[in-house]
Design a protein around this ligand. Structure first.
Ligand code: OGA
Ligand code: MN
Length: 289
């Protein structure tokens, strides 16, 4: 049977492969052969873009489940298989405004494995989603910074009702908010490559560093994460479906005119191999006394 056709989206730096535009209609049944080809493309490129899709929520869920179970950890997903990232839907999440670079769910011992977004309503300007390749970000760091990072870990927490662009503090989140500790460097067990793993707005502290040293390191790492050389900018068109690796790639959103509707159907995917892929990460959620 013919292989699925695809185009590599960009290769800005040597060895960079942040994504593939895949020529495939996801409203068609997912045969074992097609599923295996799509999973192999995801593992190689970390991000798959499918344009001009008209597929149901059930079909988006079925595709997403090729990679792991759907996550029901966030309040918006308690009883649902999909959520809407939306500034107009009554039950929409992450409505509008800028989102700094991040990986999702770093405040859990096992972050999300992957995320799918299907564009349903898109503003005429703004609201692009940016994807930074965290392997390339690590590779680009100066040697003296690289020498500092092994052994460092960050403490991560989050308040779903809080400010998405301000550093989190343990004092400002509810006492039962999830808290996790992760090494700053993550090794991809399937490739052996190292990625920088640090989401600024959920970072309470970097363990063992004084405040000034911590602020300086976070600012330096942020400059590398935001470097356009390691970054793919996705300008959405209605019908686009983007599915990406939440750890190999960090993502960010640019702001847009909040009077225009922006709605994307979202499938968050859990990491079924979390213990193997995050062997040194800890759940430090405070337990009720
Ligand atoms: C997300 C997210 C970015 C966007 O769904 O986790 O960060 O572009 N969305 O809306
Ligand atoms: Mn996100």
């Amino acid at each position: 049977m013919a292989k699925i056709a695809y185009k590599v989206l960009m290769s800005a730096e040597k060895g960079a492969s942040w994504g593939a535009a895949v020529d495939h209609d996801l409203s068609q049944p997912l045969t074992d052969q097609i599923a295996a080809e799509l999973v192999a493309l995801y593992e190689r490129y970390h991000l798959l873009l499918f344009r001009n899709q008209t597929f149901s929520a059930e079909q988006q869920v079925a595709f997403s489940k090729l990679f792991g179970p759907i996550s029901h950890r966030s309040p918006a997903m308690k009883v649902k298989e999909t959520a809407l990232v939306s500034n107009v839907a009554p039950d929409g999440v992450l409505g509008d405004g800028e989102l700094l670079f991040h990986s999702d769910n770093t405040f859990f011992q096992h972050p999300l494995k992957a995320i799918g977004l299907y564009a349903m309503e898109i503003p005429s300007v703004g609201g692009d989603t940016l994807f930074a390749n965290a392997h390339l970000v690590y590779d680009s760091l100066p040697d003296e910074v690289k020498r500092k990072l092994p052994g460092l870990s960050s403490l991560q927490t989050f308040d779903y009702g809080g400010d998405y662009n301000k550093r989190s503090t343990l004092e400002a989140v509810p006492p039962d908010a999830p808290v996790a500790q992760h090494p700053l460097l993550w090794t991809n067990p399937s490739t052996g490559r190292i990625a920088l793993f640090l989401s600024e707005h959920t970072t309470v502290r970097i363990n063992g560093l004084g405040k000034d040293e911590e602020d300086a390191l976070i600012a330096l790492l942020r400059r590398h994460i935001e470097d356009p050389r390691f970054c793919y900018r996705h300008k959405w068109t209605v019908g686009d479906f983007v599915f990406w690796d939440n750890v190999c790639l960090q993502h960010a959103r640019e702001t847009f005119d909040r009077k225009q509707a922006r709605t994307l159907r979202r499938t968050p995917v859990l990491d079924a191999e979390g213990d193997r892929r995050f062997p040194e990460s800890l759940d430090l959620t405070r337990k009720a006394a």
